[in-house]
Each structure stands twice: as C-alpha cells, then as structure tokens.
Design a protein around this ligand. Structure first.
Ligand code: PSU
Ligand code: MN
Length: 312
C-alpha cells in the first residue's frame, strides 16, 4: 500500500488473522448525520455493540489526504468534527488534494471496506432515490456502490423522506439482494414496516453469511443489503414521521438546498420537528445494526473463502 489507504493497527491485525471486522461510516457520526452530543453517544454504542459480538470496529474517513480504515481515538475525534461529506467518487480527488478532514458516506465507506478486505459494513440507513428524482435526478451513489462491491451492508432500510418503493426497485435493477433480518417486510428507518414485501429472510448471522458466500461462489460481483428493522421499543409513529418529513422537506425546498446537502438538511429539520425523537430512534437502530453486522462478520470469519486471504 502506498500510504493513500491507512489501516489502523487493530484492524490490520484482525484482518491478517482472519478475525471479524465491521466497517463504519463517519458521516453519520459527524454534524451532517447527528447533532452533538448524540453523534458521540451513537459512536460509543455502535462500537460497544461490535466489540460485544466479538468483532473489531473500523471507523472510516479521510484525514490529511489519506483514507483511514480503523480510526484511532484521536482520528475519530477529528472525524466527528468533519463537515466535508464524501461519496465514492470523491475519494481519489480529495486524497490527491490532501484534504484535512472528510467524512465518508455509505458509498465511500463501502468502497474503502472492499479495498481493505472488510466484508461487512454497518450504518443507520442507506441513501436512495429521492422523491421527485424523475426531475432532479437525485439518486444516492450508495446504491451503485452496493452493487459494485462485495460487502454485506446492514441498515434499517432507507429513510422515509426518500422514495422507498423506487429505491427498492432500483436495488433489484442493480442486482442487490435484500435480506430481511427476522422480517419479511422492507423497513423504513424510523418504522419497522416500510410497506414492501421481501422475498428472503435470514434469522441469524450464519444464514446471512451462507447467502453471501453462496452469491460469491456463484460469481455475483456485488454486495448484499441486510435490512434490520428498528427495535420495536424505539419505533416512531408512522403518521408523525410522515408529517415531520413534510415539514423538513418544505424547509429544505424553501432554503434552496440541493445535491449532497439535502440529506443532512432534512435530518436536522427532522430532529427539530420530532423534538429529538428522531435522533433517539437513529441511535437505537444504528446500535442494533452494528450488533447484527458483527454477528454476520463473526459467521463469515468462521467460514472464510478458501484460497482467498484477508485483504485480497
Ligand atoms: N442516513 C442516516 N444518516 C446519515 C446518512 C444516511 O440515517 O448520515 C448519510 C449516509 O452517509 C449516506 C448519505 O450514505 O447520508 C447519503 O447521502 P446522499 O443522499 O447525498 O447520497
Ligand atoms: Mn444525492
């Protein structure tokens, strides 16, 4: 490696011994994803959930012109304060330009995970097809990244401010399998049932790992989405969420927000519109997704691909 990609020592040791590792994005832990101090609490809970299941967390981001996979404490602190949001396409240019701090979205983090040889990634929700995308063309690069890299992505579906049915269709078009984690309904982030039926369900890490290994053995080139509904105790009321989304989107439109700024702006407005309930829900589902991802990574580590070492 020429130094453009730096793998933290604990993560590097885990990867070389075939131990389970879970990649984490940094956008959700920055002000673009969660307000202070919920961002730190979220990271602490996510990290603890990964450790508790016997895996090593690998927080990803860009620091001083290098992609970091497995940020240490000081590096994590810098990432939490980051305000430059990076998609997959941004990685090369910002590394070459020597960007000081950049937070990685799902698309960028999945790309880095694949480059580092990490097979599992956990987040809150993935990006998707925005409402009105027929005119704006706003479709998150997260979807293409899932299709392109052999990484299991654990998320609570897509946020309800996206077009959930269109996002679901796009995942099919892109060849991304969606496995429900103990559910046959596609979750919609703050709510457990996004109104769409899934064709595959897995009940534990072994089953998810088996599906991923089989897909790989059969030559499927891309990743897989494991859709884990928000814990029932943290679920928000669907009607209230819809109402808050309307308010948040209207505010974003009024302020002329577009492109990559849309998601952070709507998240901030949603937090305000729900009196913080959306933030608490976000923490609960992120923690749950981390636990599921860690369980899957443990199962994958017990069943490595023969003839393919870590990092290749
Ligand atoms: N969902 C969340 N919190 C977030 C995001 C999604 O609950 O912070 C971030 C993720 O990093 C995701 C990105 O990859 O938003 C998608 O942004 P866009 O729609 O601009 O592609
Ligand atoms: Mn977008």
């Amino acid at each position: 490696m020429d130094g453009t990609l730096r793998i933290g020592s604990e993560v590097a040791a885990a990867l070389s011994s075939g131990a389970p590792v879970v990649a984490l994005e940094s956008t959700i832990f920055s002000e673009l994803g969660l307000p202070e101090p919920a961002n730190r609490e979220c990271f602490q809970r996510v990290q603890a959930a990964v450790w508790a299941a016997g895996a090593v967390p690998a927080l990803c981001g860009v620091l001083d012109g290098r992609a970091v996979v497995g940020a240490n404490f000081a590096q994590a602190e810098r990432l939490f304060g980051g305000s430059v949001k990076l998609g997959a396409r941004d990685l090369g240019p910002v590394a070459a330009a020597g960007l000081d701090v950049g937070v990685t979205t799902v698309s960028a983090t999945v790309t880095l995970a694949a480059a580092a040889g990490i097979e599992v990634f956990a987040t809150g929700g993935i990006g998707g097809v925005h409402r009105g995308a027929d005119r704006s063309g706003d479709v998150s690069a997260d979807l293409e990244a899932l299709a392109r890299h052999r990484v299991v992505v654990v998320a609570s579906g897509v946020k309800s401010f996206l077009d959930v049915p269109l996002t679901f269709e796009r995942l099919e078009t892109l060849g991304v399998a969606v496995l429900g984690w103990r559910t046959d309904r596609f979750p919609a982030f703050y709510v457990r049932d996004g109104g769409l039926e899934l064709t595959s369900t897995v009940y534990n890490g072994q089953e998810a790992a088996a599906a991923f290994r089989a897909a790989g053995a059969l030559g499927h080139p891309g990743g897989m989405l494991v859709a884990n509904p928000i814990p029932a105790s943290a679920e928000l009321d669907a009607a209230e969420v819809d109402e808050a989304v309307e308010v948040a989107e209207a505010a974003a439109r009024r302020d002329g927000v577009s492109g990559g700024d849309v998601t952070p702006a709507v998240l901030t407005a949603l937090a305000a519109a729900t009196g913080g309930a959306a933030v608490q829900a976000n923490l609960a589902l992120a923690e749950s997704n981390a636990a599921v991802a860690a369980e899957i990574s443990v199962a994958l580590a017990q069943n490595p691909v023969v003839g393919r070492g870590a990092g290749s």
